[in-house]
Design a binder for this molecule. Sequence first.
Ligand code: RP5
Length: 165
Amino acid sequence: MPAQSLPSVSVIMGSDSDWSVMEEASKVLTEFGVAHEVEVVSAHRTPEKMIAFGKAAAARGVRVIIAGAGGAAHLPGMVAAVTTLPVIGVPVPLARLDGLDSLLSIVQMPAGVPVATVSIGGARNAGLLAIKILATSDPELSDALARFAADLEASVEEKNRALQS
Ligand code: RP5
């Protein structure tokens, strides 16, 4: 496999049912040309896979892990416990409790094992945060983020002008 196609970001989720939320992370990574992988890894249903995955990720060249889960959302925290890589947690909203359960399961990590938690369903921001982490050592990605921010600002002003007219 050529070096440039090795995934820098790993997007994992507790179930394939999380994909409708988590695909927003994959989409923004693709927009920025960031090589990434997508995998279902369940803290409860495939615990041994989860530990092996977390322990091997850094050695495979992964630099950031985005982990989404819903309900009793233990995946981000458990993966963070077995890797030195930064882990970004995405609380996936389920049919009940509107994702508050997922948020609280992910955000209240004990001291020493951080997970950077985004908003409920905030997979796109998780992708952007992963890109920002990679951009600290990648000037091209940093430039792309600056252009992205300028476009965002311009789009707000455009909407503002439409409102005035
Ligand atoms: C969690 O259980 C998954 O992350 C998912 O959000 C939730 C429900 O999974 P399924 O029953 O839809 O497979 O571990």
